[in-house]
Design a protein around this ligand. Structure first.
Ligand code: F0G
Length: 415
C-alpha cells in the first residue's frame, strides 16, 4: 500500500492526510510504495506505450485513478549527448539533461503537476510556497491551470526578473519578504500550520518529490534502461537530489536498472551547508545564516531536505562540491557557447562542479556522466547580459555594418 512515512521514526500517514512534518518526532515525510504491489501493477499496465513525460509514470504516483490531472505537458526533456563539452572538460561520455525545457522553464514543473493535482484532489482552493523564484513561477502557473488561488513569498530584491514576471502574470499574490529564502520558508510553514485551508507546496511536501523523481526515471529510460555512472546536480533546498535518488532506487528495486549512479551534489560556495557536511563527514549540517551567491535560485542556508540529500549522496557513494560565482558564470558561458544550451546560473553550477571534480580527479575521465541543468537561461537575462559582449550600435548603412564586422569593402558585382 502507498502511504506517507516519517524518514526518522517511520510513523505512517495516509496519502489523503494533510501533514507536512511527523506528528511524533517532527521530521520530514516521504511517500512509500509496496514495491511488490507496484511491480504487479506495472506488469498489468501499458505505461511503456505512453510517451516520455511525468505522467508516463502515473502508476508510480500517489494519485487516485479517478483524479483529473493538472498538467501542462511536463517532463520529456532532452538528454543531450554533449561531445564538445566532453572535449572541453576532458571526459569521454557526458550528457546534459536540460530541465529548462519544461513548461515554465525549470524542473519544478515535474513536482508541481503532481503537487497541484494532489492539492485539487484534497479539495484545496489556495496554495502557497516560499521561493527563490522557480518554485513560485511554477506554482503560479499550475494554480492558474487548476483555477485556484496562489500566494508566493519571495526574498525581496534577490530573485531573477524572468521568474518574478512569471508569478505576476499568472496572477499569484506575490509577497516580497524583507529577508532571505529561509525566513520566507519559515513563514509559509507557520501559515500552513495555522490556516488549514492553505495547502503548502514547497519541496517539504512529499507529493512534489514524487513528481520530481520522474527525472531519475527519464534519465535511465533515455539511456536504454541503464543508469549512468554518475549524476551531477545543483543543490539548494535539497528536494531535487532527493527526488532523483528516490526515482532511481525505485527503478533499481523493480529490476528496471541493474546498478545505481553516484549522486554528486553541487552547491554555491556562499550557500553550501550540505557540501560542508559531506566534506567534513558530519552527521548534521550547520546552517549558513547569511547565504550569498550570484546563483540566486540556490541561495539557501538551511535546506529543509538536507537529511534526504546527505543520505542520497552517502548511500550512492557520491560526493558534494562547492563552486564560486566566478566558476558558475564561466560554466554558464561555456555551456552556452559549446553546446548551445542556455541555462540560468544555478543550473550552471552542476557544470562548474563537474569541471572542478574532473580536474581534481574525483570524477574519472572514463565515467559516463549525466549533468542536470535545472532552469532556463531566460529566467535571468540580466546576469547573461552582464557577462557577454555588448551589442554594437551602428548606423543603418551598409558601410557602417561592414565596418563593425571588420569586412573589407567590396564592389558589388554586376550580375
Ligand atoms: N536549480 C534551480 C534553477 C532552482 O530553482 C533550484 C531551487 C535548484 C536548482 C535547487 O533545487 O532546492 O531542490 O535542491 N529553487 C527553489 C525555488 C528553492 O524556490 O525555486 P533544490
Amino acid at each position: 500500500m502507498v502511504h506517507q512515512e516519517c524518514i526518522n521514526c517511520k510513523t505512517q500517514y495516509g496519502i489523503d492526510e494533510i501533514v507536512y512534518f511527523c506528528r511524533k518526532c517532527g521530521d520530514i515525510l516521504e511517500i512509500k510504495f509496496g514495491m511488490t504491489e507496484l511491480g504487479e501493477k506495472l506488469k498489468a499496465s501499458d505505461w511503456k506505450k505512453t510517451p516520455i513525460s511525468v505522467w508516463r509514470y502515473r502508476d508510480f504516483m500517489p494519485i487516485h485513478e479517478a483524479t483529473r490531472l493538472v498538467t501542462l505537458s511536463e517532463g520529456g526533456t532532452g538528454l543531450h549527448r554533449s561531445q564538445r563539452l566532453c572535449d572541453e572538460l576532458g571526459l569521454k561520455q557526458l550528457y546534459v539533461k536540460n530541465e529548462g525545457e519544461n513548461p515554465t522553464g525549470s524542473f519544478k514543473d515535474r513536482g508541481m503537476t503532481v503537487g497541484v493535482t494532489k492539492a485539487v484532489e484534497l479539495g484545496a482552493r489556495h496554495v502557497i510556497c516560499a521561493s527563490t523564484g522557480n518554485t513560485s513561477a511554477s506554482l503560479a502557473a499550475y494554480a492558474a491551470r487548476a483555477g485556484i488561488k496562489c500566494t508566493v513569498l519571495i526574498p525581496s530584491g534577490k530573485i531573477a526578473y524572468g521568474k518574478l514576471s512569471q508569478s505576476m502574470i499568472h496572477g499569484a499574490k506575490v509577497l516580497q519578504v524583507r529577508g532571505n529564502f529561509d525566513q520566507a520558508l519559515e513563514f509559509v510553514l507557520k501559515l500552513a500550520e495555522k490556516h488549514k485551508d492553505i495547502y503548502l507546496l514547497n519541496s517539504i511536501n512529499p507529493f512534489r518529490i514524487e513528481g520530481q523523481k520522474s527525472l531519475g526515471f527519464e534519465i535511465c529510460e533515455q539511456l536504454g534502461n541503464e543508469a549512468p555512472d554518475r549524476i551531477v546536480i545543483p543543490v539548494g533546498n535539497a528536494g531535487n537530489i532527493s527526488a532523483v535518488w528516490k526515482g532511481l532506487t525505485e527503478f533499481y528495486k523493480l529490476g528496471i536498472i541493474k546498478k545505481l549512479p553516484k549522486m554528486t551534489g553541487i552547491q554555491a560556495a556562499g550557500s553550501a551547508p550540505i557540501a560542508q557536511a559531506i566534506k567534513t563527514n558530519s552527521e548534521k549540517i550547520t546552517p549558513v545564516e547569511h547565504p550569498e551567491t550570484i546563483a540566486t535560485a540556490i541561495r539557501i542556508g538551511a535546506p529543509v531536505s538536507w537529511k534526504k540529500a546527505v543520505n542520497a549522496i552517502r548511500e550512492s557513494h557520491g560526493t558534494a562540491e562547492t563552486v564560486t560565482d566566478e566558476e558558475i558564470l564561466d560554466a554558464q558561458k561555456i555551456l552556452a557557447r559549446v553546446e548551445g544550451i542556455f541555462v540560468e546560473p544555478a543550473s550552471a553550477s552542476s557544470i562548474a562542479g563537474l569541471k572542478k571534480l574532473v580536474k581534481s580527479g574525483v570524477i574519472g575521465r572514463d565515467e559516463r556522466v549525466v549533468c542536470i541543468t535545472t532552469g532556463h537561461g531566460l529566467k535571468d537575462p540580466d546576469t547573461a547580459i552582464k557577462q557577454s559582449e555588448k551589442p554594437v550600435e551602428v548606423d543603418a548603412e551598409m558601410s557602417a555594418i561592414e565596418n563593425a564586422l571588420g569586412l573589407k569593402k567590396q564592389a558589388i558585382l554586376a550580375r
